[in-house]
Design a protein around this ligand. Sequence first.
Ligand code: GLU
Length: 411
Amino acid sequence: MDVFKNVEKQINKVSKIMDFDEETEFLLKNPKRQLTVNLSTRMDDGQVKHFVAHRVQFNDARGPTKGGIRFHQNVNISEVKSLAFWMAVKCAVVGIPYGGAKGGIEVNPKELSETELESLSRAFIKAIHPIVGPTKDIPAPDVYTTPQIMAWMLDEYEKITGEHHPGLITGKPLELGGSLGRGYSTAQGGAYVLREMSKEFGFVPESTKVAIQGFGNAGLNMARILDGWNYKIIAVSDSKGGIYDESGFDVPALIKYKKEKGTVVGFGGDEITNENLLELECDVLVPAALENQITEDNAENIKAKYIVELANGPITPEADEILHKKGVFSGPDVLANAGGVTVSYFEWVQNLYGYYWTEEEVNERLEKIMVKAFSEVYNKAKENNTHMRNGSYILALERILTAEKLRGNLS
Ligand code: GLU
C-alpha cells in the first residue's frame, strides 16, 4: 500500500476547508528534499551486504527539519515521505520551532548482530551527513532504533566533523547529552492528551478499560503510566500476538515478563491477535505500533469510545470519517504522540546551551505544551465542525503556510 496516498487524501480533505490554491497544494504535497542511499555493510561472516536507506526533509519553513530514523523491513520511500510530512505537521501542532523529516533503512534489525547494527548505523550517518546537522536536520529514534544507535550515529558524525555536536541527534543516552524523560516522553505526552480528554468528557481512570496495540517504547510506557494513574489495562500486543484479560493485567509484572521473554505472549489472559485487539470491548484504544491499522475494513467494528494514537498514521482517511460518524473521539497522532519530539526539542535546547534540566522540569514543560496543544486543536476542530485530525491539520498548516509566506515562498 502506498501510504503517501493517505497523506494526499488528508491534504485534499483539509483543502475543502482551507481552500488551497494550486501552488500551496504543490508545496504541501512535495518534500523539499529527499535522499536515497545504498549502504554497504560488512556482515560478521565477512560478506558485504547492501541496504537501501532514505532521508526525507519535507518542510523546513518553521525551522530545521526534525524526525526519527526507522529500521524496519517494510520501510519504503512513500512511507518515509509520509512520516516526514506528519513530523512537519506535528511540530507545528505543538508549536516547536522545527520542520519535519524522517529517515529509514530497509532492514529487519532483528536479523543483525550488535556489530552489524553498529556498522549499518554508522554507514547511514556517513551517507547522509552533508544534509544533517544541529541547525539543518536533527534525527532521533523511531521504530526499532535505540539510544545506543543514536550514540553510534553521533560518534560517527563527530568523527567526520572533528567537533562535538550533541545537538545533531536526539534520544541519546544521558551520558552523551540525552535528556531526562526522553525515553518515555511519547507515552507521557499521550497520557496528558488522554487526561485532557477525560476532563472534557468526564470519565475517570478507575472505570476506564484500555487496550494497547504495540508494546515497544511507546506502548510499554503508556501501559506503565496509565497503570500508575489507575486505568485498567485489559489488552496488550506486540509483533508476536496479544493477550486479553477483562479484569486487567498486573502491569509491572507484565513489563518484567516482556523484558525477559521479548514478547507479551504467554504472560496470561486469553491469547488474541493484533487485529482482534483493535475490535475489543474497551473504553480507550491506544494504537502504538505501525500505520494503517484501522481502515475502512474494520473501522465499523471498533468499540472503543476514545482513541489515543501513539503510532504514526494508524488510521486511514476513510476510517477517520467512519469513526467520526460513529461518535468515536480520536486524539490524532500529530497531537497524541508529539510528546516524543517535544522532549527531543528540550534535549536539543539543553545541548545547545550546555545546561541540563531536572526530570520534573522536563515533564512540567511537556505538560504545558501538550495541554495547550490539546485545547488549540479541540477549539479548531469545534470551530470548523470537524474531527480532531482535521482540526490539528488546520492549525498546523496555517502555521506552516504563514512561515512560507513570510519567507517569500508563496505568493
Ligand atoms: N520518531 C518520533 C516521532 O515519530 C520522534 C521524533 C523526534 O524525536 O525527532 O515523533
